[in-house]
Ligand binder design. Structure first.
Ligand code: NDP
Length: 512
């Protein structure tokens, strides 16, 4: 019995997706290490996607009607379900994405933690609140509310098939929305598993989280299906297409796009710690991490020591599918081609290969490049492979300048023992997120928003901003007492304007 049959997802029964007739065929998802079929899934067409969204609408109402407490207990049941089956899901992630089982466990752990935070903080962040009505409306009560959008569409990538979509799904659900999730065609089994787990854990509002499977066409159909918002995580080129499709119906979007994240290593950094972090952030998950470090700028004082530390650590790493492997294969063959192009281009431009540089089918050796010109693709474009460029700079200011010269602006890291200096560099880094003396840590802090600037997108998931992202802000005023003079009436006395102007002069006129 195939995995998909075990999950009951091929026909969509367990995942709550549509029936067989509303599809245009099936596709296989395969293990990138062996080519073995992991599961067979329907290609949901436009009608099928619309039917799924239509089924999600009443579920969204029922889900919203549960209120913060009702949703919190059900989200807790869901995360309990995931936590109890963590190894089962990690095994599926390993087979479909290729990453080591232990890395999959880490990824799911982060997702569970975000589910916990979103569920338990939704009330605090989103509850209706009274705000000061101000001078002109002093006789009114002013209320601010964050209402759910209804059905939210989530389109996710394959590189972190649990953590990444859950950054939208958990927060959208906690804010009171139903979700229709379209996983990448490379990781549909993980997506279907997440939806099947929801049905099992939250049977009374099972349609609040559904999955549709297929390729880019299915994603495009979700953009046009009338969802209240579309949360997209993927590459910038696809993001542009998603925005164009959503523009047709003025569907708002959240764009979590790619990065070209840099690490700055300052004169006073703990060089060994910086090297260790750079190697992990650059090579883990075969470098297929949107917030992975791809460029390192090291001040000349510590450059050579840093390179030596990196070299020592990288020499012990190898890709593979066994327990001893540091990371897996490239999930998509086409990504290996991108890595090859970037390495070849860097070498042709005068860069030196410190380690690796070889791409064997889907297996990329851990690759460290030195002296690569800033104009080459390996420094400018997202490589998404187990590669690092290390560049010598005069000082941290030059490092920051080069970091900020890139069109992407997702995240980055600063290594320095001076707290003030490091925080100053972090603030001035043109990214949505920066970690000081560590890498990727912001992703593990549920209270912190996640998202980028420039080519890395806009909007935020995670944290209070992530909860509000999946709501519409509602402003209400309620007149408490009627005033003898109503300024917004054709019946106001002729002198009212003068009285108002005098009052404004008294209150604001003294400011120069
Ligand atoms: P893609 O942009 O290729 O695809 C992302 C998703 O969009 C997939 O589900 C894909 O489906 C779908 N899709 C493709 N075409 C369309 C379309 N026309 N309309 C709607 N949906 C469509 O990205 P990858 O899956 O290759 O993911 C890697 C990228 O994601 C990298 O650039 C990475 O940096 C970025 N990323 C960003 C993160 C962030 O939070 N900022 C986090 C993780 C990754 P299908 O796969 O079936 O084609």
């Amino acid at each position: 019995m195939s995995l998909a049959q075990q999950l009951g997802t091929v026909t969509g029964d367990a995942a709550g997706t549509v029936d067989r007739h509303a599809t245009t065929g099936t596709f296989d998802s395969t293990d990138p290490a062996t080519g073995a079929v992991v599961g067979t899934f329907p290609v949901h067409d436009e009608d099928a996607v619309r039917a799924t969204v239509a089924r999600a609408r009443p579920a969204a109402q029922a889900w919203a009607a549960l209120g913060f407490d009702g949703r919190r207990t059900r989200l807790a049941a869901y995360r309990g379900h995931l936590a109890r089956r963590l190894h089962e899901l990690a095994d599926l992630v390993h087979r479909e994405n290729g990453k080591p089982h232990a890395d999959a466990v880490l990824e799911i752990t982060l997702a569970v933690d975000h589910l916990a935070w979103a569920g338990s903080h939704a009330r605090t962040v989103l509850r209706p609140r009274r705000v000061n009505p101000g001078l002109l409306a002093a006789n009114h009560a002013a209320t601010l509310e964050y209402q759910p959008l209804g059905v939210v569409g989530v389109i996710g990538p394959w590189n972190y098939p649990v953590f990444t979509p859950m950054g939208s799904i958990a927060y959208a659900l906690a804010a009171g929305n139903a979700v229709v999730f379209k996983p990448s065609e490379h990781t549909p089994a993980v997506g279907a598993w997440l939806a099947a787990a929801w049905r099992a854990a939250v049977p009374d509002v099972a349609d609040a989280l559904q999955v549709v499977t297929g390729d880019g066409g299915t994603g495009a159909a979700l953009c046009r299906a009338g969802v209240g918002k579309l949360a997209f995580t993927g590459s910038a080129p696809t993001g542009r297409r998603v925005m164009a499709a959503c523009a047709e119906t003025l569907t708002p979007v959240v764009m979590e796009l790619g990065g070209k994240d840099a690490m700055i290593v300052d004169d006073d950094a703990d060089v060994a710690a910086a090297a260790d972090a750079a190697v992990w952030a650059g090579m883990s998950n075969a470098g297929q991490t949107c917030i992975g470090i791809e460029r390192v700028y090291v001040t000349e004082r510590v450059h050579d020591a840093f390179v030596a530390e990196v070299e020592e650590r990288v020499r012990g790493l190898r890709p593979g599918s066994d327990d001893g492997a540091a990371y897996g294969p490239m999930t998509m063959p086409s990504q290996a081609d991108v890595v090859r192009r970037h390495v070849d281009d860097a070498v042709a431009a005068g860069g030196r290969v410190l380690t690796g540089g070889t791409v064997d089918d889907r297996w990329v050796a851990p690759t460290v490049l030195l002296d690569v010109p800033e104009t080459s693709a390996a420094v400018r474009e997202e490589t998404f492979g187990p590669t690092l460029t290390i560049t010598r700079v005069r000082n941290a200011e030059e490092a920051l300048e080069r970091t900020n010269a890139n069109a992407h602006g997702l995240a980055g890291a600063v290594f320095s023992r001076s707290r003030g200096r490091a925080m100053d560099l972090a603030r001035r880094m043109r990214t949505g997120m920066t970690s000081v003396n560590s890498v990727l840590t912001f992703a593990a802090v549920p209270a912190l928003p996640f998202g980028g600037v420039g080519e890395s997108g806009f909007g935020r998931i995670h944290g209070a901003d992530g909860l509000r992202e999946f709501t519409r802000t509602k402003a209400i005023t309620r007149q408490r007492v009627a005033l003898p003079v109503d300024l917004m009436s054709f019946r106001r006395p002729a002198a009212a304007a003068d009285v108002l102007a005098r009052a404004m002069g008294l209150v604001h006129g003294r400011h120069r």
